[in-house]
Design a protein around this ligand. Structure first.
Ligand code: AR6
Length: 179
């Protein structure tokens, strides 16, 4: 586990199945339709209870790329799910960086608005959406460090699904924290 303490906020990179985490909010790497899918989205829908989460997402309707929406956590240990829509990687010139940063920022903004003090993110956009991991990790680390400065959070977890990814996100966090 790699971590950084910023203004009373613990930022940590962990390797875990995000559906097992006991936090105020887990972030889902969702799609614009909020209809569920594969990867972490599929895992979250399964663990939260498919029918209940599908109904809650249908009531919201959808979410643009770079933005986020919130639902209850239903059967998850996490109290809430923040559904963030990261961009599909194209070639890096189509606004991908800003859209990914936007997905993190919108998630933090929603969490703060609901007074949620612990939040865990998956490696948004780096699976099916194909975003280069180094680049996604740098953006994630930067946004976590900015959010930590607000004082709104006790714990921010970057939850990777493999040790290899945790190494990439951990290095990015160390690098960005030193800047
Ligand atoms: N816990 C933590 N991380 C996980 C888990 C898990 N249980 N399962 C997978 N990951 P992806 P994206 C990691 O593809 O690239 C979906 O179909 C995975 O190893 O889930 O943003 C949606 O519906 C990877 O590092 O999300 C969208 O259509 C990271 O989660 C689309 O995929 C993100 O991979 C979103 O693509």
């Amino acid at each position: 586990m790699t971590g950084s303490d910023r203004d009373g906020t613990r930022i940590a990179v962990i390797t875990a199945d995000i559906t097992t985490l006991d936090v105020d909010a887990v972030v889902n790497a969702a799609n614009q339709g909020l209809k569920g899918g594969g990867g972490v989205d599929g895992a979250i829908h399964r663990a939260a209870g498919r029918a209940k989460l599908r109904e809650a997402c249908a009531a919201i309707g959808g979410c643009p790329t770079g933005d986020a929406r919130i639902t209850d956590g239903f059967d998850l240990p996490a109290r809430h799910i923040i559904h963030a829509v990261g961009p599909r990687w194209k070639d890096g010139t189509k606004g991908e960086d800003d859209l990914l940063a936007g997905a993190y920022r919108a998630s933090f903004a929603l969490a703060a608005r609901h007074a949620l003090r612990s939040i865990a993110f998956p490696a948004i956009s780096t699976g099916v959406y194909g975003f280069p991991k180094d680049r996604a990790a740098r953006i994630a680390a930067t946004e976590c460090l900015i959010a930590a400065e607000s004082g709104a959070f006790d714990a921010i977890l970057l939850c990777c699904f493999s040790e290899a990814d945790a190494l990439v996100y951990g290095k990015a966090l160390e690098r960005e924290a030193e800047r």
